[in-house]
Design a binder for this molecule. Structure first.
Ligand code: PNS
Length: 165
C-alpha cells in the first residue's frame, strides 16, 4: 500500500493545491495532507481552520485524509507510515528551496522519497500569499481558490478591517 504525505501551510488552500491533491490521490493508495501547525509563524487561519477548509474541499476523495502536524515533517511522515512526500513545483523559482528541503528530508529519513508534481499551468502563478494580498485589498479571488473557501477568506479580511477600526 503506497501512502503519501502532502505537507504544506495551506494558508489558505488554493486551486493549485487542490490540483496537486487531486492528481496525487489518483497515483497513490492513501494520501495524507499534513497541515503545518508552526507556533513561530502567525498564519491568517489557525491550524484548525486550515484543516477544516481542506477537509471540506477534499471530502469527495475517498482516499484523502487531513491532519495537522508540528515538528519535523519526516517524523510526521513516519508516524503516518508514508514512504513518499509529495510537493508541487510551480516554477523554477520554487526549485532551489524544494531541492534543499528534499535533500534535507532524505538525509534525516533515507527511506522517504520526495516526488514533485508540476503544477497545472493554469495555476502556475497562484500562491496563498497572492490570494491573501488580493483579498486584503477587496479583489476577486474566485478564480484562485476553491469556491467553498471564497467567503471564509473574504470574511477574515472583513473581520480584520472591523478590528482595526
Ligand atoms: O506550504 P509551505 O509553507 O511551502 O510548506 C512548507 C513545509 C510545511 C513543507 C515545510 O516548512 C516543513 O516541512 N516544515 C516542517 C519542519 C521541517 O520538517 N523542516 C525541515 C525541512 S527542511
Amino acid at each position: 500500500m503506497l501512502i503519501a504525505v502532502y505537507p504544506g501551510s495551506f494558508d489558505p488552500t488554493t486551486l493549485g493545491h487542490l490540483d496537486i491533491i487531486e492528481r496525487s490521490a489518483k497515483a497513490v493508495d492513501h494520501l495524507i495532507i499534513g497541515v503545518l501547525n508552526n507556533n513561530s509563524k502567525t498564519p491568517l487561519f489557525s491550524a484548525e481552520e486550515r484543516v477544516k477548509m481542506l477537509r471540506d474541499v477534499t471530502s469527495i476523495f475517498p482516499n484523502v485524509e487531513v491532519q495537522a502536524f508540528s515538528g519535523l515533517l519526516v517524523d510526521f511522515a513516519r508516524q503516518c507510515n508514508a514512504s513518499v512526500i509529495i510537493r508541487g513545483l510551480r516554477a523554477i523559482t520554487d526549485f532551489e528551496y524544494e531541492l534543499q528541503m528534499a535533500h534535507s528530508n532524505r538525509m534525516l529519513a533515507p527511506e522517504l522519497d520526495t516526488i514533485f508534481l508540476t503544477t497545472n499551468l493554469k495555476y502556475a502563478y497562484v500562491s496563498s500569499s497572492m490570494v491573501k494580498e488580493v483579498a486584503s485589498f477587496g479583489g476577486d479571488i474566485s478564480q484562485f481558490v476553491p469556491w467553498q473557501l471564497k467567503d471564509r477568506i473574504e470574511e477574515k479580511y472583513r473581520d480584520r478591517i472591523h478590528e482595526m477600526r
